[in-house]
Ligand binder design. Structure first.
Ligand SMILES: NC(=O)c1ccc[n+]([C@@H]2O[C@H](COP(=O)([O-])OP(=O)(O)OC[C@H]3O[C@@H](n4cnc5c(N)ncnc54)[C@H](O)[C@@H]3O)[C@@H](O)[C@H]2O)c1
Length: 367
């Protein structure tokens, strides 16, 4: 029996609930309460010793040790060393370099939780962990502000042709007339997906005088109003939006969300920003709309395939109306520090429930 109490709270409460029912198979769910719209679950777990690998910032270790949790830090660890070291620990914290494979998990005799200091868990065998009742947690909120700020910067960059104008000047031209822009003030911005990133974008672009409309099936009109957005139906988004920014997860229902039918319903020349996930845009339809001028400009940080090799994606990137960045949404110094902090806070909460407000971000196995 694992013996530490944990509090979980968050917006996607039903999902957490289902997940923790899964996880609770050999842990004890102590209490479930509803507080406002948040769900709280208390489960038991033990974390005495944490192994931190992969150059996770020192704030992670500092936070854990300040709460009396023993920490071993090995910024670079070989697979052999990891296999030898892992049985001594109850928790493992990784970034993206260390592969937490079935073999590693099999050797982890005392492991209760793997923390990914970041969002993606591609380097962790979540299903193998699930079978061993090892919880996998990540830090999805830690990069929200960074992704938001990149989005806002890209919206402004599109409005004022910052990237092509700067490139043109560096090439020795002085094309002032060519790069006359538009103000964002009084333009309509549609924010699709009003989660951690989307709502921060809404707040910031409101302060630029944009009319912000939003769509998110799980966010109410009242919640939208809190961050200055008006909730509308999807059918109302397309004819109104001057700018569309995508902030949903890539799941079956959102794959190819921006497709030919949608693009045909948009205002001619609509500007589209994607700092969400590549698959949200159907790239062949998108390229066609760019060529026809239906999409007037686009800023893309994420692509169907990364790094992009598909000639069609490369043609989109090369299109003069496109500003493309290599998945930089989370790439800030602050986000890198915050991911370690957020994982440490979740681990401390597992030991000392309610110490931090940071909600548990457990990743559910897919089978
Ligand atoms: N480019 C980057 O480096 C970067 C950085 C951070 C996040 N992201 C991505 O940005 C997206 C948003 O991240 P987040 O942290 O805000 O996630 P989040 O889970 O907090 O928010 C996602 C929101 O999308 C909503 N949603 C689900 N289905 C929807 C649908 N069909 N239509 C509209 N909304 C829908 C959810 O209800 C939720 O509110 C994710 O895809 C994430 O992976 C990218």
């Amino acid at each position: 029996m694992i013996t530490v109490t944990y509090i979980i709270s968050g917006r996607t409460t039903l999902e957490y609930h289902r997940m923790l029912v899964d996880y609770s198979c050999n842990r004890t769910v102590v209490r479930k309460t509803r507080h406002h719209s948040q769900f709280q679950l208390f489960i038991k777990m033990e974390i005495k010793s944490v192994l931190i690998v992969d150059g996770v910032g020192p704030v992670c270790a500092d936070t854990l040790t300040s709460h009396g949790i023993s920490v071993t830090t090995k910024p670079k660890i070989t697979k052999e060393e990891l296999l030898k070291e892992i049985p001594k620990h109850n928790a493992l914290v990784v970034r993206s370099a260390t592969q937490v494979t079935e073999e590693v998990l099999a050797a982890a005799k005392n492991l209760n939780v793997v923390g990914r200091a970041g969002a993606g868990v591609d380097n962790i065998d979540v299903n193998a962990a699930g079978k061993k009742n090892i919880m996998v947690i990540n830090a999805p909120g830690a990069n929200a502000m960074s992704a938001c700020e990149l989005t806002c910067g890209l919206i402004l960059a599109l409005a004022r042709h910052v990237v092509p104008a700067a490139t043109s000047l560096k090439a020795g031209r002085w094309d002032r007339a060519l790069y006359t822009g538009t103000e964002v003030n009084n333009r309509t911005l549609a924010v699709l997906g009003l989660g951690r990133v989307g709502r921060e974008v809404a707040v910031r672009m409101r302060s630029f005088g944009m009319k912000v409309i939003g769509f998110d099936p799980y966010v109410t009109s009242e919640q939208c109003q809190e961050f200055g957005a008006t909730k509308v139906e999807l059918s109302e988004v397309w004819p109104q939006a001057d700018y569309i920014t995508l902030h949903m997860p890539l799941i079956d229902s959102t794959r190819s969300f921006i497709n030919k039918e949608v693009l045909n319903s948009c205002k001619k020349g609509v500007k589209i920003v994607n700092v969400g996930r590549g698959g949200l845009i159907h790239e062949p339809d998108f390229l066609e709309a760019l060529k026809e001028g239906k999409v007037g400009a686009a800023a893309l940080d994420v692509f169907e395939e990364e790094p992009p090799k598909n000639p069609l994606t490369l043609e989109i990137i090369q299109h003069p109306a496109v500003v493309a960045t290599p998945h930089l949404g989370a790439s800030t110094k602050e986000a890198q520090v915050r991911v370690g902090q957020e994982i440490a806070e979740q681990l401390v909460n597992l030991v000392k429930p309610g110490t931090y407000k940071t909600p548990l971000a457990a990743v559910k196995p897919s089978n």
